[in-house]
Design a protein around this ligand. Structure first.
Ligand code: WTA
Length: 625
């Protein structure tokens, strides 16, 4: 790593950057944290100003911009109507070539209508609404409509199956679900309605379900709670008040995987969140008024919330939503889209970069890609060879790559370069201004490590877009993030800082698996396996995969009398797809007659990891058997 040379930004990049003396801001923010974030907050609109920037009297339940009144929709839509009403807010396209452009004023109409639909259905401030849709404008409209009404949305990624969806609906106690009838993926029709209806069978809190017609045929209604989106929207008025919220009122819950089978309901608020995501997006992706910004993530994940929908809209940008796979119908579809819409900022995941790299550069050569100015990467570490390929072939050696490290919990970029910074391929750069990050020893007393030593990545300072709690589980919030390393926020990642102060993220230290950037909890996959009639116990780990970063290796203990045949392996893989979702890619299953457990019954993944690599598992004295 030490041999990596710096990639320096061009004079043009430096000249045009929104922030020129970034290093000074970083230094100043260490001394005056509140001043730094207060300046960022002043760039936004508020109904009423805050009394304090940061109230830490009940830490770790930090309160940002306490005393203020706001709503993220005030900043994402309302304030743009006069000046940017005719500007395109959302460009949408799908793999069938269907496309739409929605201006800020049209978006406002739709969001107002949806807010009125919510009111008609009796959904009130503080109620929860689950959405289950692909990357389509209705997803954004539903989220923004909820926010406008003070209703808490909880988006469930459309790659999750009925069991995972049901769990998230029930955990949040949602009164309403909005789902699409389906989507087209690599030429196939995915029936989301069937999955949603299966989940609804055991979801008593849900009083109504709205079906968005995204397929080319009309949906049939099979559950008496179901209503049709278009019919409701047609009747609704396009005028609605934006509800004045406290800064700390919840905006959304996003369930994410942790160490247990129960997903964690990460809660983000209206006030701090909007400040954190808008400042980071403006500085890191250097957003300008004429940008066409494309983040290829999905709104089902935090990246979609912060940096497809809310962040870009707050900055009054044009954001592109593409519904489809990277290389379908042709391997160059993404490059076509970039040229077609003259995309200037492109933000994707390392797994996609590696996929394209494997295809060679012939598909890229057909396209100009000259509109691109900046590139981004997120979701998992990007290996230096993929970084260099991305830089050379997509960025044509003139677009800096922003390798942004952050999490569902952090809400915003935490460790990241900015365009004026010298870059090292594979490093996420330095903590953003106002963020102090350290590497601490995994073993007690968790001392701060020296440069070049690998340890646990922790964050010292609170930041405005931080999670406010875990939904209905404040105790778990403290236990998961603030207890193990007292005084710090524990990220769950291993990392190293080099002698130049650059951070290198080395993957998760807990039971989270990152498959193609998707965050998956091993326990949820294990539960899916155990729900099969032949399985007694199961344990899964993530193992390295060249394309996807990680994939799953499963160890399964079968019930007595069942034989572990190759046919059963296939059946189990299919079972996990059905129960959990196709995103849990299982590479292989090994049948075992015992699984390594501690005396308290906890699976020892350390031993499984050693097994998978054919290594010695080390000290086994705590094993049950
Ligand atoms: C990983 C995604 C290396 C990391 C925004 C983190 C990364 C987890 C990077 C959070 C990056 C995210 N380099 N690793 N640039 N970005 N990660 O909650 O392990 O889906 O803890 O949020 O992704 O995943 P999540």
């Amino acid at each position: 790593m030490k041999d990596e040379k710096f990639y320096k930004p061009s004079k043009d990049i430096i000249k045009s950057a929104n922030v020129k003396n970034y290093e000074k801001y970083r230094q100043d923010a260490i001394i005056d944290l509140e001043g730094f974030w207060e300046d960022a907050a002043k760039e936004l609109d508020w109904y009423k100003k805050w009394n304090t920037v940061l109230d830490d009297s009940k830490a770790p339940f930090f309160k940002w911009f306490k005393g203020s009144k706001t709503n993220i929709v005030l900043n994402a839509i309302d304030r743009h109507i006069k000046t940017k009403g005719k500007k395109v807010a959302i460009i949408y396209e799908d793999e069938k070539g269907r496309s739409r452009k929605i201006t800020y004023s049209e978006l406002n109409d739709e969001v107002c209508k949806f807010a009125n639909v919510l009111e008609t259905l009796g959904i009130k401030k503080g109620d929860r609404v689950v959405t289950y849709m692909p990357n389509i404008p209705e997803q954004a409209i539903a989220m923004l409509g909820c926010a406008k009404s003070g209703v808490i949305h909880s988006v469930v990624y459309a790659g999750f199956s009925h069991e995972a969806l049901r769990k998230r609906i029930n955990e949040s106690g949602a009164k309403l679900i909005v789902f699409a009838d389906g989507s087209y993926r690599k030429g196939k029709e995915i029936n989301l309605q069937e999955i949603a209806e299966e989940a609804l069978k055991k979801a008593p809190s849900v009083k109504k379900a709205i079906v968005v017609n995204n397929l080319e045929k009309k949906p049939k209604l099979n559950d008496k709670r179901e209503l049709i989106w278009d019919e409701l929207m047609e009747k609704a008025s396009n005028k609605a008040e934006t509800v004045k919220m406290d800064s700390t009122d919840p905006l959304f819950i996003l369930y994410t995987s942790g160490t247990t089978g129960e997903p964690k309901g990460v809660v983000h608020d209206h006030g701090g969140y909007q400040v954190g995501i808008s400042r980071t997006l403006k500085w890191v992706f250097d957003i300008k008024d004429n940008d066409i910004y494309w983040c290829t993530a999905d709104p089902g994940w935090i990246t979609g919330h912060s940096y497809i929908i809310y962040g870009p809209l707050i900055l009054g940008t044009t954001t592109l939503m593409y519904e489809g796979a990277p290389i379908y119908p042709t391997p160059d579809i993404w490059w076509k889209i970039i040229d077609k819409y003259k995309v200037t900022v492109f933000y994707t995941a390392p797994t996609a970069v590696r996929l394209f790299m494997g295809l060679g550069d012939k598909h890229i050569k057909k396209h100009k890609l000259t509109s691109l100015r900046l590139l981004g990467s997120v979701g998992e570490p990007i290996n230096p060879s993929a970084w260099k390929w991305y830089y050379e072939f997509i960025g044509k050696k003139k677009c800096p790559i922003m390798d942004t490290w952050w999490q569902t919990e952090t809400g915003m970029f935490m460790i990241t370069p900015v365009p004026t910074m010298d870059l090292k391929p594979g490093s996420a750069g330095k903590p953003f201004a106002g963020i102090q990050a350290f590497i601490v020893d995994e073993n007690e007393p968790h001392e701060i490590l020296r440069p070049e030593e690998k340890g646990l990545l922790v964050i010292d300072t609170p930041w405005p877009a931080m999670l406010t709690t875990l939904y209905n589980s404040p105790k778990r919030y403290i236990e998961k993030y603030w207890k193990d390393i007292p005084g710090y926020y524990l990220t769950g990642d291993y990392a190293m800082q080099d002698l130049d102060g650059y951070f290198w993220i080395e993957g998760r230290s807990d039971d989270v698996i990152k498959i193609a950037g998707h965050r998956i909890g091993s326990a949820e996959v294990e539960n899916a396996l155990v729900s099969h009639k032949d399985v007694a116990e199961a344990a899964v780990i993530g193992v390295a995969d060249e394309l996807r970063g990680e994939v799953i290796l499963a160890y399964v203990l079968l019930k007595k009398g069942v034989n572990g045949s190759p046919k059963l392996k296939d059946e189990l893989k299919q079972h996990v797809r059905n129960e959990f979702g196709p995103i849990a890619v299982i590479k292989d299953i090994e049948f075992k007659d015992k699984l390594p457990k501690t005396r308290s019954g906890k699976i020892m993944r350390r031993v499984l990891r050693a097994w998978s690599k054919g290594e010695d598992p080390g000290d086994l004295s705590t094993l049950q058997d």
